[in-house]
Design a protein around this ligand. Structure first.
Ligand code: FAD
Length: 136
């Protein structure tokens, strides 16, 4: 069974691009082996991430990620069975904050990146649109 899990969390300190690159390097290797795909974004000390893959694998990876001391307040926004992967092209895509990022946020009626205030639909929609931008 394929599932998609979307969560947000708060970094325990300010992250540099190098910090993020280190996370992505390990994530992409692991996710490739685990056939997990997804999308990560980071801004204003919030992470927002989607994980897609086989249910048991996603569950186990989520528990590992949730225990990572680089972030806390880890909160699931949505968890659904899905027929197809949306983020199939990325072992773990990453969207840095940019003007486009804030334009997408404003399409959702938001001017700040505060995933704690997002509905499940808003969180998925943002990640989906960010992934579409990466594909172009
Ligand atoms: P190890 O690298 O041996 O890690 C051992 C422990 O140390 C783990 O608890 C790990 O979380 C922690 N750790 C590792 N590096 C650091 C560091 N630089 N500073 C502080 N603690 C550290 N991993 C994936 O495989 N796929 C993902 O999609 C993914 N997404 C992530 C998203 C976020 C926001 C964060 C913060 C981490 C993510 N990770 C992801 C990393 C994940 O939490 C684990 O670090 C990774 O899976 C390797 O764990 P390990 O126990 O196999 O190895």
């Amino acid at each position: 069974m394929l599932v998609r899990l979307v969560y947000f969390s708060r970094s325990t300190r300010d992250m540099t691009l190098l910090d993020i690159q280190k996370i992505l390097e390990v994530a992409r290797d692991n996710n490739n082996a685990l056939q997990i795909c997804g999308m990560l974004c980071y801004e204003q000390r919030y992470f927002l991430q989607a994980l897609e893959g086989e249910r048991d694998v996603v569950n186990e990876l989520y528990l590992d990620i949730a225990g990572d001391p680089r972030h806390d307040e880890v909160t699931i926004i949505s968890y659904n069975e899905v027929e197809d992967r949306w983020f199939g092209a990325w072992n773990m895509g990453f969207a840095p904050a940019s003007d486009d990022f804030y334009a997408l946020l404003s399409e959702l009626g938001k001017n700040e990146f505060r995933p704690a205030d997002f509905t499940p639909e808003q969180a998925f929609s943002l990640l989906m649109k960010l992934s579409e931008q990466q594909g172009t």
